[in-house]
Design a protein around this ligand. Structure first.
Ligand code: GTQ
Length: 346
């Protein structure tokens, strides 16, 4: 291995000259920038327990009216990424959002893309591009870059969901910004998951002949995803994972450009061994409970808990119970694939 020169070995006058000229020598930083064999990972495997998140979020509801928040969100800050971190992993922003009965989170659009994963409560809705999407537990709702969106609540109990945004990526490129908008008149029609894209394998015929909408499907109801996982679990080999990817039904590609979404089922007694990958991820338990072994660290998760897995992590997920467990996963594999450095390690 090369012994690289350090900064201290350079004459002070030279270092000062470089600094005055806004120049820096690479060689003392070389191994920090490009370590051998494995990236330096500051992000830690970390668990955010629902029993902590929920009361803290409800307290935010008492302390801060929505008019003073625009979005009432608590950010999941990965402890390895520093005290001011607003990232759950290097690329993934996760927020827990609370909306109280009768409240309204005003219309805006922004350059980062977002999704919602509904955790609790009934009567919440999001209007995306004029499409009114009901929010039921486990539903995935997309809010892609540049699409107008607003949230409201017609129910009686608090509604809480998880937001995932590619904000750390868009922000690092100094491209993150939002635009305020006027309230949208939501269409009276049910959202496209209940109409045009009701069944896998079927798309509106007209979409074959003309330019397809970029984001034809905004809402992926949990009821359908859960049913599909259960059906699949009966035929998938015990050594393979029961996992479904959320895709764009018109293109077959991942449904958003930077972050990817999937749902998995852990059968009773199952130990799942996802392939080691260069992507980081956040997992959220929709139902059931289990244990995740991440780079040798054990995380015990229960319903509505959320945990982060670093890039290149060695992962095992165990369900020791007699009931199935269901996890939702956000990862940055779509971006890594597009940029040409995504890797899987056998
Ligand atoms: O609901 O539009 O967690 O704009 C962060 C930024 C949620 C939202 C977040 C946002 C939103």
């Amino acid at each position: 291995m090369l012994e690289l020169g350090t900064l201290e070995e350079l004459p002070r006058a030279y270092r000062e000259a470089l600094s005055n000229h806004h120049l820096a020598p690479l060689w003392p930083l070389m191994r920090a920038a490009l370590p051998y064999d494995m990236p330096i990972r500051r992000a830690r495997p970390h668990l955010w327990k629902w029993t902590d998140v929920r009361p803290d979020l409800l307290r935010a509801g008492e302390l801060t009216p929505l008019e003073k928040a625009e979005r009432r969100v608590l950010i999941l800050a990965n402890p390895g990424l520093g005290p001011d971190s607003i990232r759950a992993t290097p690329s993934i922003f996760i927020g827990m959002q609370l909306i109280l009965p009768g409240e309204f989170a005003p219309t805006h659009k922004h350059s980062p893309s977002a999704i919602r994963m509904v955790i609790e409560g009934e009567g919440g809705y999001t209007i995306v591009r004029g499409e009114k999407c009901p929010m039921e537990k486990g539903d995935l709702i997309l809010t892609p870059s540049g699409l107008w969106h607003e949230h409201g609540h017609e129910g009686a109990e608090p509604v809480i969901w998880m937001d995932a945004l590619d904000l750390p990526v868009v922000g690092a490129l100094e491209c993150a910004y939002a635009v305020e908008g006027k309230s949208q008149t939501g269409s009276n029609q049910p959202d496209a998951s209940q109409t045009r894209y009701l069944r896998a394998g079927l798309v509106p015929y007209s979409s074959l002949g003309q330019r397809r909408p970029d984001y034809p499907l905004i809402r992926y109801p949990w009821r359908d995803v859960r049913e599909a996982l259960v059906a699949m679990s009966g035929v998938v080999d015990r050594n393979s994972m029961v996992q479904l990817a959320y895709i764009n039904p018109e293109t077959g590609a991942e449904c958003m450009p930077i972050l990817g979404f999937s749902a998995m089922m852990l059968r009773p007694g199952e130990t799942a061994r996802p392939i080691r990958r260069s992507s980081s991820a956040v997992l959220h338990c929709i139902e059931g409970q289990g244990e995740a072994l991440i780079d040798g660290e054990t995380i015990r998760f229960a319903e509505s808990d959320t945990f982060a897995t670093p890039t290149h992590a060695e992962i095992e997920i165990l369900n020791r119970t007699s009931k199935p467990a269901f996890l939702f996963q956000v990862d940055d594999a779509p971006m890594q694939r597009k940029l040409g450095f995504y890797e899987e390690f056998q």
